[in-house]
Design a binder for this molecule. Structure first.
Ligand code: URP
Ligand code: ZN
Ligand code: ZN
Length: 459
């Protein structure tokens, strides 16, 4: 099986070239000018289009039992929506309930995904408890090629772990060379502040942000960084949302802590006024860390542009409006999360590159290459090189459209970015050489996706 992409402009994190790309089976085998191919080869004309490496979403929830609900996407719907938006690989948070062992949870998540994903995928292994059996189980999971951990410093009584478990996780991560990703909010402060607000009769979605203010996130980042310093482990703060948290992360890095930062598209595009919308409309915009005061966005975009923020993910967590209504009388019961897996790339391209906030190469770097490097997939993924997997996004920068729940493929009844304009979209998306998407429609093999074995990158 061969495929030739002709006349496009190939864009990676550091190169821009007019070049054709030749693919045999699953792999890029040639990149160059005026390539020809044997008769019978499928040829795609990419004139006027960019050819990007497939985009990687480093922070996705598909199977997510959380706050009394299950997120709405399946691996089938979530992966097809991802591909339509240009994401060819996602890394899902495997987050076992406290009652489930790590290995049991890992097998459960793997079984749900296997044969059901249209794009490639991997897992961050959630460490949601650390008892006498956990270490051996985590070693087995890392040996299986799942080479990153996830810890929650938030969500007291659910996924959250205490300092002893955090220390043990990071000590093991350091020994194994595994990078640890972390949701960094001080869980106790959040619990106390939620209780205080509810006692004052402040029950609406507009109180979600005040219950976990910026300094609570900054404290979480500082705490995580201190534990990284003590253990020598490599860390990655997920969904960093505020300037004080950014300052805390950069300050830690300046003193030598091995720490990377992710931001997610909702925090770059939306602010806390969305969660303050009347008639419970605000519930659609409840996520954690919360949408922030708008002034934080400039700091995030600038840090992204400089490369201080390495990656942009989604934190895709789709709960529908019926599920959100569980928190009608009490904002602490609104399932946290905003759907975004389909829209990340188009929003980042439009409000980053097209509107002048982000260099085209930094866009590719943040939406693909850095995730591949940090999570052990580079150069198989995250770039266009001879030998790389043939995951390509042929991107039409002339397309104009608007995001809407009416036209989306995510399995949820609203779109948090409803009505926002986009200045481009993928016109063809391939996964290891197979065309999976054409002009906004899934046209491919619904079970093409594979679990990726990854290298260790934290040592
Ligand atoms: O609100 C969010 N972010 N929901 C998903 C769980 C998490 O914290 O990532
Ligand atoms: Zn989180
Ligand atoms: Zn998340």
């Amino acid at each position: 099986m061969a495929l030739l992409i002709k006349n496009g402009e190939t864009i990676t994190a550091d190169k821009r070239t007019k070049a054709d790309v030749y693919i045999e089976d699953e792999t890029i085998t040639e990149i160059g000018e005026n390539l020809t191919a044997p008769e019978g080869t499928e040829v795609i004309d990419a004139s006027g289009k960019y050819v990007f490496p497939g985009f990687i979403d480093p922070h996705v929830h598909i199977h997510l039992p959380f706050m009394g609900a299950y997120a709405k996407d399946t691996h089938k719907t979530g992966s097809q929506a991802a591909l339509i938006g240009g994401t060819t690989t996602f890394i899902e948070m495997c987050a076992p309930a406290g009652s489930e062992d790590a290995l049991e949870g890992y097998k459960h998540w793997k079984a749900l995904a296997e044969g059901n994903a249209a794009c490639d995928y991997a897992f961050h292994m959630g460490v949601t408890k650390f008892d006498e059996t956990t270490e051996a189980q985590l070693r087995e999971i890392v040996a299986d090629g799942t080479t990153s951990f996830k810890v929650f410093l938030a969500y007291k009584g659910a996924f959250g772990i205490d300092d002893e478990a955090l220390f043990k996780t990071l000590t093991l991560a350091r020994e194994l060379g595994v990078i640890t990703t972390a949701h960094t909010e001080n869980a106790e402060l959040v619990a106390q502040m939620q209780g205080k607000l509810l006692a004052e009769g402040k029950t609406g979605s507009e109180w979600h942000e005040p219950s976990r203010p910026e300094y609570v996130e900054a404290d979480g980042v500082h705490h995580f960084a201190t534990f990284l310093e003590a253990t020598g482990a490599r860390g990655y703060v997920v969904h960093l949302s505020s300037e004080p948290a950014l300052d805390a992360a950069l300050e830690a890095r300046a003193r030598g802590v091995d720490l990377y930062i992710e931001s997610v598209i909702p925090h770059l595009m939306l602010d806390k006024s969305y969660a303050e919308r009347p008639d419970f409309e605000g519930a659609k915009y409840v996520m954690s860390p919360p949408l922030r005061d708008k002034r934080n966005q400039a700091a995030l975009w600038q840090a992204l542009s400089r490369g201080d923020i390495s990656t942009v993910g989604t934190d895709h967590a789709p709960f529908d409006t019926t599920q959100k209504a569980m928190g009608k009388a009490d904002f602490t019961k609104i399932p946290n999360g905003i759907p975004a897996i389909e829209d990340r790339v188009n929003l980042l391209y439009t409000y980053g590159v097209s509107r002048g906030e982000l260099d085209l190469h930094r866009f590719v770097d943040a939406a693909s290459t850095q995730a591949a490097k940090l999570f052990g997939l580079y150069p198989r993924k995250g770039t266009l090189e001879v030998g790389s997997d043939a995951d390509l996004v042929i991107y039409d920068p002339e397309y104009r459209g608007q995001l809407s729940a009416e036209t989306q493929h995510m399995n949820v009844d609203y779109n948090g970015f409803e009505g926002m304009e986009i200045d481009g979209r993928p016109s063809v998306v391939t996964v290891r050489g197979v065309v999976q998407v054409k002009d906004g429609q899934f046209v491919g093999d619904a079970s093409r996706g594979r679990l990726l074995r990854r290298e260790v990158t934290g040592g």
